[in-house]
Design a protein around this ligand. Structure first.
Ligand SMILES: [Zn+2]
Length: 180
């Protein structure tokens, strides 16, 4: 039986900063890992999850494309993803399941990118994505290299935290970044 995956938070920064290793063979263990990542992502308010976020340093991420269209697709596993080409950097939304409740609109990510990866059966494929989908792939591939979204903030970036108030869930500007 698979162990229930646990999401790592900034207190496990050392593990989140470790570079992940290439997947060489699509063993049963790798299949289980992909399923764990998908299952975990489906229970969280996010569009992507990388293996190091559950403490496994293998180059596998799962992503849910389609946020721009307002409908998130089923999780798709990308094994050994490599970014081949990127468009100009633009500021955009970012958040991370390893840093719950904090989001920004000031992360610098490519407006589009082309990547290569292997699918769940190990078959290589190439894809071009843009907008939020491009930011998502970029964010998840960063995790495989130990890069956190806070590392990609533009100068003068603003961070927001979601808080429960009397009027419900609200985004509040964190004007004192040093208090983080
Ligand atoms: Zn993340």
């Amino acid at each position: 039986m698979a162990i229930k995956p646990v999401l790592l938070y900034p207190q496990d920064e050392k593990k989140l900063r470790t570079r992940s290793q290439k997947v060489k063979k699509m063993h049963t263990e790798v299949q289980t890992l992909m399923q764990d990542l998908k299952d975990t992502l489906l229970t969280k308010p996010g569009a992507g999850l990388a293996a190091p976020q559950i403490g496994v340093h293998k180059r596998i991420v799962v992503v849910r494309f389609g946020q721009d269209e307002g409908e998130m697709q089923a999780p798709l596993a990308l094994v050994n993803p490599v970014i081949l080409e990127t468009g100009p950097l633009t500021k955009g939304f970012d958040g991370c399941l390893s840093l719950p409740r904090i989001s920004t609109w000031d992360t610098l990510r490519p407006a589009w990118l082309r990547f290569r990866a292997q699918d769940e059966s190990g078959k290589p494929f190439e894809m071009k994505v843009e907008g939020i989908d491009a930011a998502l792939v970029h964010h998840e591939v960063d995790h495989l290299d130990g890069i956190f979204f806070l590392d990609r903030l533009s100068g003068g970036a603003k961070l927001y935290i979601s808080m429960t108030t009397e009027e419900g869930e609200k985004l509040v500007l964190l004007d004192n970044l040093s208090s983080l």
